[in-house]
Structures are given as structure tokens and as C-alpha cells.
Design a protein around this ligand. Structure first.
Ligand code: RUQ
Ligand code: CUA
Length: 660
């Protein structure tokens, strides 16, 4: 292992395990608080029952494939939004629409959620999240907090890590590949990695009205491992930035081989220029995608050197400064965007890579190397002139001053505060931290280890998230919460920005299979095709029909409408012994499909507690053995049964009571 790496890792574990250094307090989390401080902190995070939190925290669930929603400052978990993995709690992945959306995959690795923006501020419309594992990107609609689209796998891209970075007016969600693969050929032996393997930066176009994503263009890059990205703001709006590691182009023993060089690169990409080059046809095609070779299209991509294996890159709220942190170097480097433009204009290039990409002269563009501490990863902002950088090795958050700086300023003096966290912080997020107008009140530290700061739950323990107030000069830790694996990044957005609906209005339903009265329910069997298709009506507290007859071997398609028009009146459709649970929100219609393989009688029932008569909300699927006649169908193949009368007003059901 590289000497310096070793030293830092050793230092880090001493601080973590020993817990006796100056910086890490003996009893983790107790930052020498007086009783008064403790009371203040308790009140600061206390949201009394019935009161609302001020912020939504949308945080990635890592390899659980989900997104979690919590309230801030209480840190209470409010909801789970399944994205890349089935989730029976909301029936996600069981109905046809979501099953198709998931495709062959039953997991994903969510790293970086990004809210849609208008004029550089969160607009509360969509949340985009990446899948590092299967090269996909998903869109969650914030109208109902549900996943509406999964795009991908994105061609020519392996390991969609540097994503999803949303531009200032949500023109694009930008994506960069973590792993490089041969481009133009399916297979090239790994020993030709440094020349034949390529990475890619992808512009995923976002439809301004619907949010629908499509692949716009790609830029072919050298085979570096692109890590984290950031989009520009203000003067840098048309640009985006990605850190890389492994500019050594190594393929084995990366833990040392990829840390040989003193500096790796940050990609500086002009996405507007990439868009224009695509329109002008300056592309070649790979896997059906127009691809730009930046060596042949000047102005699209440059590289700037940044200290040792940089991880995070972030753009300050003014868009003037690009901050990049080398995880194997105890500084955060501040680049001036104006100087980057100058250097490009003046052709101040240090050299050109063997792939023909210009590397900017470091000294021409760097403003400051701020000695923030050990293992700096990610940076967020408060909108009051300060940056906050997570220190993985040191297990702390550093608060430091952004430019402008006075000439000759002591870099050490720029670090104005430090807060120990428990432990090994990865990402951190501040309120509206990725916008041009951060709110500067809260910061959440997302720590990779919690090392037993909770009731013992065995060897696999949750991650910890710590809430820190950043209103004053000094940071104050007020609360600690725990989550399922594994939060990476998050978005912290004021509750006024998010305006979800309460139910799906009947008038807006466009589903041709929706039924709004018991009279509308219908089951038809096509004997020749051995298919039964039904429209099922669900309301407190029954399914119509309450009995469905099919033949063994039939394919069964059921469209189930929850006819409620009241918030929280949810019905489930669980079919025993068939691995099936649809959960249907008020006013929603969902389609399920299965093959009735086994003869027998299989009860179906409502899986979501909906009323005092919820238990009674059940029915029977009769699967008649092959060769035995079906009894419920008329000559036209329509199932007949004794229907319930149409209720006068669905929601005026006295049985609701306190059944919830
Ligand atoms: S990464 S802990 Cu996947 Cu966002 Cu930095
Ligand atoms: Cu419907 Cu329980």
C-alpha cells in the first residue's frame, strides 16, 4: 500500500477505535455539552406529536435500491420510496406497470438523489436517482412520491456512479461512468485497458413538461474512474464537473495502483457545447447513441489536475468556485471558474493526454488549498459564505470560509469550526445545499459507521445520520438517527416546495380499465386463449366480484380500482400462495397478471388496514381443475354473479370508524 495512504488510514482508525484523541471525544457524540446545551439541542430537534417538520430529507438507500423520506429536524422516518427493488409495502414491483419498469433486475444501488430545479432552485417537481449497479437512472414524481420511470441500462456505461447531476433548469440529468469498458467492440482483453477501454459522460435529456428522460448524447472519455459530479450555477451554469480516480489506467490492485500519481483529474464539461455538437452532427454512433470524441470536438471537455484521488466535487452557490477534495490529501482545493475560462481561452494547457484531451495548468486556476482535515470527501454550503466538508478519516465536519480571500491569508485560518461525528462520515447535506440559495440552517451528516450507538441488533448494524444546526458561528449537534443500508447522498428541501396530492381524482383517471361502481365490475374469459380478464372494484369493505372463477392453467389479468376518493384509504390485493400483493391508492387502478397453475381455492384479501371491516374484505379465486366445467360463465364468456348495489357516496362509509 502507498505510504501516505497507510499513514492516514492508521491515523483514522486510531481516532475511531481509540476514541482518545483531542478531536474525537471520549464518549462519542458528547461534544462537551452543558445541561443547558443538551436541553437546547433536545428542543431544537423536537417536533411534538401532530406538528410538522420543516424539511423533507430525501436520502438514498444505497444497495437497498430505495429512497427514504425523513422529516427534519425530527429525523423521523416518514416514508420509503421503492425505486430499484420490489417493495410489498406499497405493492411496488407486483403490478404490471412497476414489474415492467423494474425489468430483469430486482435491486439497484442508489447513490445520488437530485431534485429538479428551475433557475437554480429546487422546484419540487421530480427527484432523480442513479443506479450505480445496473447503469440506470430513475425519476420519482413528487406529486405522489412514486417512481415513474426507470431509464436504462444506459448504453456504453458501466457503473453509473457520477449521477444524477441535474442542471440549473433541469435540462439534463448528467451521468458519468465509474467503470470503463470497450467502446465500439463488445469484447477487448483487459490488458488493452489503457487504450481500448473508455468511459462516458451522458446527457440524459429531461422533458420540461413531463420529466420524461431520454438519452441525448454521450462524450467518450479516457478510461478513468469517474466518481462524483456537480453541475454549474450562475456563470458556470452551462458546465459540469466530475472527479476521477485511477488516472493511472490500472486494472489490478487499484487500492495502491490507482494512487501512484500525485494528481488525478477533474473533468470540466461544457454540456451546452456537447448539445450543440450533437445537433451539428459532430458525433459517431455507438450502441445507437450519438457520441462525441472530445479530442475531435474542441470546447466540450477539459481536464484539470486535482490532488490525489479526489472524490467529491462541488460548486459553490455563486457558481464561481469549484471545490474538489482529494481523499488521500488533507485539503480541499478551490478552483476559480473565471480562471478556468481564462485558461481555456489562453490555451494555458499543461499537456494533452494520450487521448487528446487538454489538461489545464493547475497553477493558473487554483485559488487555495484549504487544510480542512483528514480524508475530505464532500462539500456543502450555507449560503452565508461558508462551506462544510465531510472528513471521512477524521470523522468530523469542517466549516471553512469560501473566497474571496485577502492576499497572503493563512490557509489554516480559513477553517473556522470543526464538529466530530460518529463515525466516518461520507456525504453530508445542507438545506437547499445544491441550489443557488442554500438556507443555512441544517446539515445532516451521513455516517458510514455507527459502531453500536444504538440498541444492539447483531453484527449488521444501521448507519447513523446526525443532525447539526449551522445557524450560528459554531455548529451544534442536536440529534442522531439510524437508517437501513445505506444512505449516500440526500436532498434537504423545505416543506413549502413539495406539494403532494391527497388522492388520485376520479375525473383525472385515464385508465380505460378503471371501474367506479360495483355495476362496472366485469370478468370475461376467452376460452380459446385460456385467458381471464377482469375489472375489479375495491371499496370499503369489499371487492366486487368477491369470487372469481378460472380454469387451471388460465392466464389471469385483473385491473383493480380503488374507488375511494379520500386520502389514506388504501386497499391491497393479496392473493394467497401466488406471491402477489398489489397495493392500490385511492383513485388508482393497478393491473396484476398471473397464471393459475394450481387447481384449488385461493382466498384474496385486502392487505392494507382500511376500516373496521377490513378483515371482511376478502374473496375467493376458484381454480377449477382442467377438464371440469366452469359454472359461472354465460355463453358470451362473461362471468355472472350476484352484484352489490352501487353505494350512494363511497366515502360516507360509517364503518371507517377508528379502524386505522
Ligand atoms: S459516493 S461517500 Cu457513492 Cu456519493 Cu461519496
Ligand atoms: Cu381494504 Cu383493508
Amino acid at each position: 500500500m502507498h505510504r501516505t495512504t497507510m499513514a492516514w488510514l492508521a491515523l483514522g482508525s486510531a481516532a475511531i477505535l481509540g476514541g482518545c484523541g483531542e478531536r474525537t471525544p471520549q464518549v462519542p457524540g458528547q461534544q462537551a455539552m452543558t445541561t443547558g446545551d443538551v436541553q437546547k439541542a433536545a428542543l431544537a430537534s423536537y417536533v411534538k406529536p401532530g406538528d410538522l417538520d420543516e424539511y423533507y430529507l430525501f436520502y438514498s438507500g444505497g444497495h437497498s435500491g430505495q429512497v427514504f423520506v425523513a422529516g427534519v429536524p425530527s429525523m423521523r422516518h416518514i416514508a420509503t420510496i421503492p425505486v430499484f427493488a420490489p417493495y410489498p409495502g406499497t405493492g411496488y414491483g407486483f403490478d404490471e406497470a412497476t414489474r415492467k419498469m423494474l425489468g430483469e433486475f430486482t435491486w439497484g444501488d442508489v447513490h445520488h438523489p437530485a431534485l429538479s430545479k428551475t433557475n437554480g432552485d429546487y422546484d419540487g417537481r421530480w427527484l432523480f436517482v442513479n443506479d450505480n449497479a445496473n447503469n440506470r437512472i430513475a425519476r420519482i414524481d413528487l406529486r405522489d412520491l412514486k417512481t415513474k420511470q426507470i431509464l436504462g441500462p444506459v448504453p456504453n456505461t458501466m457503473g453509473n456512479h457520477g449521477s444524477s447531476m441535474v442542471t440549473n433548469n433541469s435540462e439534463y440529468a448528467l451521468v458519468a461512468s465509474r467503470f470503463s469498458v470497450p467502446i465500439g467492440e463488445k469484447y477487448v482483453p483487459l490488458d488493452q485497458y489503457s487504450t481500448k477501454y473508455k468511459g462516458a459522460v451522458t446527457g440524459i435529456r429531461i422533458d420540461p413538461n413531463t420529466g420524461n428522460m431520454s438519452v441525448g448524447w454521450q462524450i467518450m472519455t479516457p478510461p478513468f474512474d469517474w466518481d462524483l459530479g456537480a453541475t454549474g450555477k450562475g456563470p458556470s451554469t452551462e458546465w459540469a464537473f466530475w472527479t476521477s480516480y485511477n488516472s493511472e489506467r490500472a486494472t489490478g490492485k487499484l487500492e495502491s495502483a490507482a494512487s501512484q500519481r500525485d494528481k488525478d483529474y477533474v473533468a470540466v464539461v461544457n454540456w451546452k457545447a456537447a448539445e450543440a455538437a450533437t445537433k451539428a452532427g459532430k458525433t459517431f454512433t455507438s450502441e445507437g447513441i450519438p457520441m462525441i470524441d472530445p479530442a475531435k470536438v474542441p470546447g466540450v471537455m477539459y481536464l484539470l489536475p486535482c490532488g490525489k484521488s479526489p472524490h467529491g466535487v462541488d460548486v459553490d452557490p455563486s457558481g464561481q468556485y469549484v471545490i474538489c477534495s482529494g481523499k488521500l490529501q488533507p485539503t480541499s482545493t478551490v478552483f476559480s471558474f473565471a480562471k478556468i475560462l481564462e485558461a481555456i481561452k489562453n490555451k494555458d494547457f499543461e499537456h494533452e493526454t494520450e487521448d487528446g484531451i487538454h489538461v489545464l495548468e493547475y497553477d493558473e486556476i487554483v485559488l487555495m488549498e484549504v487544510p480542512v482535515g483528514l480524508g475530505p470527501l464532500h462539500t456543502q454550503f450555507d449560503g452565508k459564505g461558508y462551506a462544510y466538508t465531510s472528513l471521512y478519516v477524521e470523522s468530523a465536519i469542517a466549516k471553512w470560509k469560501l473566497p474571496p480571500y485577502e492576499a497572503g491569508v493563512d490557509p489554516k485560518s480559513l477553517v473556522v469550526d470543526k464538529m466530530p461525528v460518529q463515525f466516518n462520515v461520507g456525504h453530508l447535506v445542507t438545506s437547499h445545499g445544491d441550489t443557488e440559495h442554500p438556507r443555512g440552517d441544517y446539515l445532516v451528516s451521513m455516517n458510514k459507521m455507527s459502531k453500536g450507538r444504538h440498541l444492539n441488533v447483531g453484527p449488521s448494524i444501521p448507519e447513523s445520520s446526525q443532525l447539526i444546526e449551522i445557524n450560528g458561528q459554531k455548529m451544534v449537534m442536536t440529534y442522531e438517527a439510524f437508517t437501513e443500508p445505506e444512505p449516500h447522498f440526500a436532498q434537504l428541501v423545505h416543506r413549502d416546495i413539495i406539494k403532494p396530492i391527497e388522492f388520485y381524482p376520479k375525473d383525472e383517471s385515464k385508465n380505460p380499465n378503471a371501474v367506479w361502481t360495483p355495476a362496472g365490475a366485469k370478468v370475461v374469459r376467452n376460452a380459446a386463449r385460456k385467458t381471464v380478464e377482469g375489472k375489479v372494484y375495491a371499496i370499503r369493505s369489499y371487492f366486487e366480484p368477491g369470487r372469481i372463477e378460472v380454469q387451471e392453467g388460465d392466464t389471469v389479468i385483473l385491473h383493480i380500482t380503488n374507488a375511494e376518493q379520500q386520502r389514506d384509504e388504501i386497499h391491497g390485493f393479496g392473493l394467497t400462495a401466488h406471491n402477489l400483493n398489489a397495493v392500490i391508492d385511492p383513485g388508482e387502478t393497478k393491473t396484476v397478471r398471473f397464471v393459475a397453475r394450481t387447481a384449488g381455492v385461493f382466498p384474496y384479501y385486502c392487505t392494507n388496514f382500511c376500516s373496521a371491516l377490513h378483515q371482511e374484505m376478502q374473496g375467493y379465486l376458484e381454480v377449477v381443475p382442467r377438464g371440469r366445467p366452469l359454472l359461472a360463465y354465460n355463453a358470451k364468456g362473461e362471468m355472472t354473479w350476484e352484484r352489490r348495489p352501487t353505494p350512494p357516496v363511497a366515502s360516507a362509509d360509517a364503518s371507517h370508524g377508528n379502524g386505522h
